[in-house]
Design a protein around this ligand. Structure first.
Ligand SMILES: Cc1cc2nc3c(=O)[nH]c(=O)nc-3n(C[C@H](O)[C@H](O)[C@H](O)COP(=O)(O)O)c2cc1C
Length: 182
């Protein structure tokens, strides 16, 4: 579907449709700027990694994140079997990493980890070098809703670095957002 103009978008909303069409919803969501992360896992089911924006904090006691992963994504079943995941929040310079793990770089999933250096913390899930911060997590609970699984993940370790810019997805584009003075 082509890009919808704001006026068309408003007309569609004003037409009073009770059920919001998924394309209208996606167009609206493109205006919600969001940090970009790569959720990784390793264990019994092997390695996986997927670029995600659906990440947020649930509570700090106990430190818990939620991550929404499409049920059609290979990562979904791998994370469930492994029972662990790591949310690697990408730095502003990490656009190629986002492309690598969203599939848009065309690199097969089994090859993706050979293109980036990584280590581990407590759970064994890959911690990507260069991520602005990585949350190493144990899977606590899974809620299936619509097309996605909501993973509630308890944070068991954290590694950060001093990168000054994070990667944000807004208007279907990557933008580097920096704390450094202009
Ligand atoms: C900016 C961006 C954000 C994304 N956010 C999510 C997300 O929150 N959840 C999700 O399931 N997929 C998301 N995707 C799509 C996944 O990256 C893609 O489907 C994934 O790489 C599938 O790979 P897999 O089948 O190897 O797991 C996003 C893609 C992009 C480019």
């Amino acid at each position: 579907m082509g890009k919808m103009q704001t006026a068309d978008f408003q007309t569609a909303i004003d037409s009073g449709a009770i059920m919001i069409d998924k394309f209208i919803y996606r167009e609206a969501m493109s205006k919600l700027g969001a940090a970009v992360s790569v959720v990784t896992s390793d264990g019994e089911a092997g390695l996986c990694g997927a670029t995600v924006s659906a990440v947020c904090s649930v509570t700090d006691t106990p430190a818990t994140l939620l991550v929404c992963v499409n049920q059609s994504s290979r990562s979904n079943s791998v994370i469930k079997t492994n029972g662990v995941l790591c949310v690697n929040v990408l730095a502003g310079v990490n656009r190629t990493v986002a492309d690598l793990f969203s599939g848009s770089a065309g690199v097969p999933s089994e090859e993706r980890f050979s293109h980036i250096s990584h280590s581990t913390l407590k759970t064994g899930a890959p911690v990507l070098d260069g991520a602005i911060v990585s949350f190493d997590c144990e899977l606590e609970q899974i809620i299936e809703f619509g097309t996605h699984s909501i993973f509630l993940a308890r944070v068991v370790d954290i590694r950060g670095n001093d990168a000054e810019a994070c990667l944000v997805y807004f208007g279907r584009q990557y933008i580097s957002v920096s704390t450094a003075a202009e």
